[in-house]
Design a protein around this ligand. Structure first.
Ligand SMILES: NC(=O)c1ccc[n+]([C@@H]2O[C@H](COP(=O)([O-])OP(=O)(O)OC[C@H]3O[C@@H](n4cnc5c(N)ncnc54)[C@H](O)[C@@H]3O)[C@@H](O)[C@H]2O)c1
Length: 325
């Protein structure tokens, strides 16, 4: 396997790189610029230096094609994207990176006719709409209508539909995964990064307010990385998309668990009331049926591991108050 990860220096990409390098898989990182900051927080230099950096913009189709050809890439994990705040601020740029960028990946696979054996890409739970748009009495599976409330969510829906079109028109199979709130070391940007920043603040002994509340699905970054690895190793037969599931909990529960690990959080960490506009009781039974069993790290344990790591990193001066911005 020669795996190319687009957006590989991001949070999920860094955890995925750690997982793949430990399995002795050859990894190429396709990203805008060399930035191993997150990787440094998660693993030793002897590990992250094994991932080869290839600079490039995902919207540059010619460059992406040449890189995949030159390095004889066999598997692609497509993560490069702009997150909710950047898509809101500049929807045209957002569509360029998130939608055109995804088409670049599919076009490259088509042109390389047979070279790329598997594509796994990040969709998002943001394809779903407000919780009130769904019947939350039971778990929600992939058959439900998609009603995104953000440009970001709309772009992800578009990508899922493009994936289907590439399968129907060109026989290109793919797997899309829909994470919710990914948390853990390295999660430092985006709408749902605030719980991780709260854990960091507790480790630094600083006050922090999470601007929202309500329910969400907390998914531990290493678990999410392992889900991508599972899919990478077992290509789908068509264009498939899966919900992922971690721990569905409200912010009061998150706060209570954080306080059990770090009693100072009781005073330092506060949170708001606003429910994020994404349905949260998403079932992963299809993913577990096709790719499982994949165990979920309990939220209390994920918080504990993240807190301990942040405490070590702060003693080493590798995370500071500036990371709370
Ligand atoms: N983190 C989450 O909670 C979450 C939830 C649902 C879906 N996702 C999706 O998972 C994927 C990865 O998320 P993340 O949290 O690791 O994101 P991130 O913001 O940490 O990383 C994104 C990476 O993409 C790169 N990138 C941006 N524009 C690029 C371009 N034009 N060309 C090449 N690279 C570019 C960035 O430099 C960065 O390294 C994204 O597609 C995101 O939409 C994330």
């Amino acid at each position: 396997m020669r795996v190319l990860i687009t957006g590989g220096f991001g949070c999920i990409g860094s955890w995925l790189t750690r997982e793949l390098v430990r399995q002795k898989v050859k990894v190429y990182i396709y990203d805008l610029r060399e930035d191993r900051r997150r990787m440094r927080l998660l693993m030793e230099e002897s590990e992250y230096s094994q991932a080869e950096f290839v600079p490039g913009d995902i919207t540059d189709g010619q460059r992406f094609f040449e890189v995949c050809q030159l390095h004889a890439i066999t598997h692609i994990v497509h993560l490069a994207a702009l997150q909710v705040p950047l898509c809101r601020a500049d929807p045209i740029r957002g569509a360029s990176v998130n939608v055109i960028g995804t088409l670049v990946v599919f076009e490259t696979i088509r042109k390389l006719a047979g070279q790329i054996q598997n594509l796994v890409y990040a969709s998002s739970a943001a394809v779903y709409g407000e919780p009130s748009a769904y019947d939350l009495d039971g778990d929600l599976d992939e058959s439900l209508p998609l009603r995104p409330t953000t440009h970001y969510g709309a772009y992800k829906v578009c990508n899922e539909l493009s994936a289907r079109a590439y399968y129907l028109e060109h026989g290109i199979a793919s797997v899309g995964l829909r994470p919710w709130t990914v948390y853990g070391v390295g999660r430092d940007f985006g709408m749902t990064s605030e719980p991780t920043k709260a854990i960091l603040a507790a480790a630094l002994g600083r006050p922090y307010r999470i601007s929202y509340g309500g329910f969400q699905d907390f998914q531990f970054a290493p678990d999410v990385a392992r889900a991508f690895v599972r899919c990478l190793a077992h290509p789908a037969q068509e264009a498939v998309v899966y919900n992922l599931r971690g721990t569905v909990a409200d912010m009061a529960t998150f706060h209570r668990l954080l306080t059990q690990v770090a009693p100072q959080a009781a005073e330092l960490i506060t949170y708001g009331e606003r429910q994020l506009p994404i349905a949260y009781r998403l079932s992963d039974h299809r993913f577990q049926r096709d790719y499982g069993p994949l165990p979920v790290t309990p939220l209390a344990e994920g918080i504990r591991q993240t807190f301990e790591r942040f405490r070590t990193l702060s003693q080493l001066g590798l995370v500071t108050d500036a990371d709370l911005a």
